[in-house]
Structure formats: C-alpha cells, structure tokens
Design a protein around this ligand. Sequence first.
Ligand code: PMV
Length: 301
Amino acid sequence: MMEITSPGKIILFGEHAVVYGKPAIAAPVNSLTTNVKLKETDDEISKIIVPDKSLTPEERNRLEELVELMKKELDIKDNFHITIDSSIPISSGMGSSASLCVSIAKSLFLHKNNSVDVDELSKLALIGEKIFHGNPSGIDTNVVSYNQTLFFQKKKKNEFIKIKKPLNILIADSGIKGSTKRAVSLVKKKYEENKIIYSKIFDDMEKISIVSKKAIEEGDIEKLGRMMTLNHALLKMIGISNEKLDYIFSSAIDYGAYGAKISGAGMGGNIIALVKEKDIENITEALRENGAVHVYHTVIK
Ligand code: PMV
C-alpha cells in the first residue's frame, strides 16, 4: 500500500493576473493536508473511498474520471482502492483540488516507477486539475507539488523564494463556497469587454508581485502588508470580492493586521491577513466575530 500526504496552499499575490501570464506568489500550508492511500486490487475497476463523506454521483464520477485519466497518462493498467482523507475545506481557495490531484498523481508515479520527478508530478496533477477548474494557470499544482513558496509565472521556470522573516498568516474562511471556474470566467468576460483597463490592472498586480517578492526576501513585513492591501483593492476592482469578504478584510485591518486580501479565486473562499505574532489571538477573535467560519494560523518560513 502507498500512502501520500500533500499540503494545501494560499496565494499571497497575483491570483487572476496569473491566468493572463503575470507572475504570482503562492505558499504551501502544511497544517491542512490531503492524504491518499493507494491499494492495488484485483477488481475490474478502481474504487474511490472517502470515509465520513457520502459523495454525490457527480463528485464520484469526477474522482473516477481523474484516476482513469492519470492512469492512462502513465500507462497503468492496474486497478486500485483509493482512500481519500482531506482536512482542506473545499471551494475555499486553499488548494483542496490541487492537493488531491498531487496526492493521487504522486501515488500513481510511485506505484509505477518507485520514484517521482517533481516537474512531471506537477504536470500530471495539472492535467487532473483541469477536470475541476477548466483551464487553471498551474500555480496551485506547482506550489503543492514543490511544497515551497513560489514565484510562479506560466511558461517560465519556477523561482523559489527565500523567506527572511517568518510570516504569520491568518486564513479566515468566509464559509461561502467560491467556484474558481466561475470566478475565472467572470473575470475573462469583463476582460474581453474592457481589455485596456483590465490589462492595466493586471500590470499593477504584476508590479505588486515583483515588489512583494523582494519584500519577502528582505524581511520587510510592513511593506508586504501594504502590498497585500493594495492587491485586495485591485481584486475588488475586477469584481471578485463581496460584502462578507470586505467585512472580514476590514476587521483584519481595523484590528491591526499589517495587511489583508482575498486569497484565491474569490467570490467566496478566504481572506488572508499578515499579522504580528502578539496579535494572533486578538485578530483571530475579531475575524470570527466578523463572519469567518474558521480561522487557521499558518507560518510561512
Ligand atoms: O483555486 P483558487 O481558488 O485558489 O484560485 C486559483 C487562482 C486563480 O488565479 C484565480 C486561477 C488560476 O488558475 O490561477
């Protein structure tokens, strides 16, 4: 039997702009994980087992499709019982589908070759993620595959970011399920209608990602916070925020976060806040009181 665990992720800067070829920054979250157990079977077909959750027929079909697609890519004829156990909230911008795709892909690679090339892993995971998100940029599957903080740009080599000072991040889940596919297509529609203005916003997001990479490398936490808040304003402009997300965002700022923003596709999902270590408890409390259904603390280092 093979057992693989992969992390969740947050996007620190540049979501949506990354779909249009701009750079973005993402970090793994190792306190939220997807665990996959792969057991070979003589059965005629592979079977998905998700303890403690009854899958809808649609969910089951998608997962079976995912496994068959990956098996085909790797030319694997064997069948498996695949048990999935995840602590990552679904449709919340924390990488649940990427983490699942990477875990399944990694276990299949190991079954076949006893080894994994991380580049190949992230490519196969991305093929799988298309089942969930249409045409993802690849940032999620890359950050989860490498399990390192990344400066990611489509068609370019990943740059791994050296973090000078640990970043205390609170992830406030709004409890509103956000569909990445829907958010990406909404932004695309608006971009098509107004290319000049949207291109300008994506250019500004690019600048924020570049400045923020440097701030992370130099340990300039205050600047990083300012960049997050600026990035949030731009995400709001492209129409993927809503009243609840803005409310949670404002409470983080009011209670003294260095900065905050939507992380991921938006229209739901989560707000991340960069905070001082001494403020973790206070701000967590404030985020909960102002609508977050869960608040996770993670340290990016
Ligand atoms: O999967 P999410 O919700 O974290 O969003 C991914 C980031 C987007 O830029 C919105 C989409 C993409 O494919 O990069």
